[in-house]
Structures are given as structure tokens and as C-alpha cells.
Design a protein around this ligand. Structure first.
Ligand SMILES: [Fe+2]
Length: 369
């Protein structure tokens, strides 16, 4: 698969862009046909013993190599339905008759939406509880993190001295010294909502709101574009700092056109002098229907094993959650950093308020609002 198309694909925030459901998107037609055939078989002939069915908001190419390894090891076939939206609604409509066993997605917002939609069930499992830090799974067992992504600051190499950049915290982004110098995507995008929710959880509503208004005042322009567009804006001199997820640095570096964007900015892991960098997850949840529950649990356990952690994290340019599994060489080149161990369940609980504050401070209207 050409690199450029791969990069373009992963950019699509699975939760929020694109409308068309696809089977085996960008995978060969043969594979798509197999997926359809596999699900039809399951739907019509009750559940075959050695299968597990996944509804995924993650692109097939990101997860398929790991599923192939699982099948080689266990003989259990993994059938995948991919869609970039609507899977929770589909699970609701299918109810008890759903063939799905597991949901794969990114962002705590997506996972908690599935739980709130009543389409998940709790899983009590010693292996999962031992491997996945308590802060990165649901205290009630309805969702589990598999890999981690950091929300970082991109800082202009030319205009922000490295020492100064490395001392930055999210809190600093509201400092008037950055007036007119920061770029971000829309405030109500899930990636920003989670970060803003983490600030509410840390500092309370009043301080978080003042901070958000300060950040809005420091914006160089009205929020627009995706995470990588902010780094491009740094290269073009429109801003000196930007917020973005860490894996886009890897994707830009590997992309012919975008490597210049990455080259214009340092990747900075904020809050190294206090509570560490805000982390989100890619994660999984078991559906309430789960006709192949046992196989689904086996797949969940496989996902937190050494092999899958290595494969899944590398494929996605994400950080493994299992202790002792090293991130890819490219990610290691970004440097070691302290990750926040703030409870993602606590962060998720503040998402509604975060969205409200984005509206109250007119974040998306930009700096002059
Ligand atoms: Fe993303």
C-alpha cells in the first residue's frame, strides 16, 4: 500500500468524519468478500464455535496483521466489519441478535458513548486487570485501553527555543506571552474535548474555563483543519505552538510532502515537571450481545500479550500499554516522557462539561470572539 494513501487514511478521526460504512475499506475485494461471507455465516447458522466478530472504527489495515497472528495462534477466525461511524447505532438496532462480540475504537469519548448507549457488557478478567493500568480501563469493566496516544505540543524549531518548549505545560498555553501564537483544530473535536476534560478534572470548572478562554485568546486564527494542518501552519509561520496527537509526527515524517511540516517543529511532551502528558487510548469493549463471548475474551487477552502489544502499537505508531513492551524505534527517537496516570474514566465524566465550556467561551469562533 503506498505510504501517502495510508497516511491520508489514518488522519480521518474515525469517530467524526466520513459517513459511508465500508467493509474492508482499502483492503482487497477478496478480503471484503470474505468479511461479508464470514458475517453472513455467523448470522444465519447461529454462532460458529471458532470465530469472533469485531465491529471496528479502526481501519482494517491497522488491525488485520494482529488478527492474523491471533488466528495463527488459536485457530479462531476474526471477522471484521469496519465503519467510520454508526456502529453503536447499528448495535442498538441489532440488539440481542447482533453478531458482534467486540468494538474496536479510538478515544475515550467513543468508548464511553458505547457504554452510555447500552451496547456493552462488563468483563471481569484477571489478565486484563493485571496488564492494563487501572487508569486506562473502566472501573466497571465495560472498556479497556489497548494502546496509548499522547496529546502533545508541536513547537516551532525556529521561534521557540527547545529548552523553553520542553518546560511547557498545557496550563502555560493560556499565558498571555503566547498571544496570537497558537493553532489548534476545533475545540469540540474529541481529541481536544478529552484534553479539556482532563483540565476540568484536574483544576475544577472555574479554573478550567478561565484557562480555555486564555487559550482561545492566544489562538493565531479561528480553529480549523486537522491536527497535521496545525503543524503545517507552524511551517508557514502562522503560529509557533500547536496541539496535536503524537502519532501524526511519525506519519508526517514518513510522508513525502508532510515531512517538511514535521521538520519545522519539535514534538514536546507537556507537563514533564508535574503530572505528566495527557494520554488517550485506543480501546475495546465487549458488546452486550457477544454470541462468541469466550473467543472474544481470548482475543482481548491476546491483545494485551507481548506479541500483539508490539504489533498493534507499531502498526499504529502508538505506545504499548503493557509494561516492558518497548515502543517502536521511531517513537523512542521522540524521547522518554512521563505519562499522566489521571483516570480516563474521571476524564470521560467531564466530557459533557468540556463541550459546554467550548461553547461558552466561543472557542471555535477564534481569538477575536
Ligand atoms: Fe487521529
Amino acid at each position: 500500500m503506498p505510504r501517502v494513501s495510508r497516511v491520508a487514511e489514518q488522519e480521518t478521526p474515525p469517530a467524526y468524519e466520513g459517513a459511508k460504512e465500508m467493509f474492508g475499506h482499502r483492503v482487497t475485494r477478496g478480503f471484503a468478500a470474505l468479511v461479508l461471507f464470514g458475517l453472513a455465516t455467523v448470522a444465519s447458522a447461529a454462532q460458529a464455535a471458532e470465530e469472533v466478530n469485531v465491529y471496528s472504527y479502526r481501519q482494517p489495515f491497522l488491525i488485520q496483521p494482529m488478527f492474523d497472528a491471533f488466528t495463527r495462534e488459536t485457530g479462531i477466525k476474526v471477522n471484521v466489519v469496519f465503519a467510520n461511524k454508526g456502529l453503536v447505532e447499528r448495535l442498538k438496532a441489532e440488539g440481542r441478535n447482533s453478531p458482534a462480540d467486540l468494538i474496536f475504537t479510538v478515544d475515550i469519548g467513543r468508548l464511553t458513548d458505547a457504554v452510555a448507549g447500552g451496547v456493552t457488557q462488563a468483563v471481569e478478567n484477571e489478565t486484563l486487570d493485571q496488564v492494563i493500568p487501572a487508569s486506562m480501563r473502566d472501573p466497571n469493566g465495560h472498556w479497556f485501553g489497548v494502546t496509548q496516544r499522547a496529546r502533545v505540543i508541536y513547537a516551532s524549531k525556529d521561534r521557540v527555543p527547545l529548552e523553553e518548549a520542553r518546560a511547557l505545560s498545557y496550563e502555560d498555553l493560556a499565558d498571555p506571552k503566547w498571544r496570537g501564537r497558537i493553532c489548534t483544530r476545533a475545540g469540540d473535536h474529541a481529541y481536544n474535548v478529552a484534553l479539556f476534560a482532563s483540565m476540568i478534572d484536574k483544576h475544577g470548572e472555574a479554573k478550567a474555563k478561565a484557562w480555555l478562554a486564555g487559550l482561545r485568546d492566544n489562538l493565531a486564527r479561528k480553529p480549523q483543519g486537522n491536527d497535521r494542518a496545525q503543524v503545517k501552519a507552524i511551517m508557514e509561520g502562522q503560529c509557533d505552538l500547536a496541539l496535536g496527537n503524537h502519532y501524526y509526527y511519525a506519519l508526517m515524517l514518513q510522508n513525502e510532502e508532510q515531512s517538511a511540516w514535521a521538520a519545522s517543529a519539535n514534538i514536546i511532551f507537556p507537563n514533564q515537571n508535574d503530572d505528566g502528558t495527557h494520554m488517550n487510548i485506543s480501546g475495546i469493549a465487549m458488546t452486550s450481545a457477544a454470541p462468541n463471548r469466550e473467543n472474544a475474551v481470548k482475543l482481548m487477552e491476546f491483545l494485551v500479550g507481548d506479541l500483539a502489544q508490539k504489533m498493534y502499537a507499531e502498526q499504529n505508531n502508538e505506545y504499548p500499554l503493557r509494561a516492558g513492551v518497548e515502543p517502536s524505534g521511531l517513537l523512542q527517537s521522540f524521547g522518554d516522557f512521563e505519562r499522566s496516570d489521571q483516570s480516563l474514566a474521571d476524564v470521560a465524566a467531564q466530557r459533557p462539561m468540556a463541550i459546554r465550556l467550548v461553547n461558552e467561551v466561543h472557542y471555535n469562533a477564534g481569538p477575536s470572539s
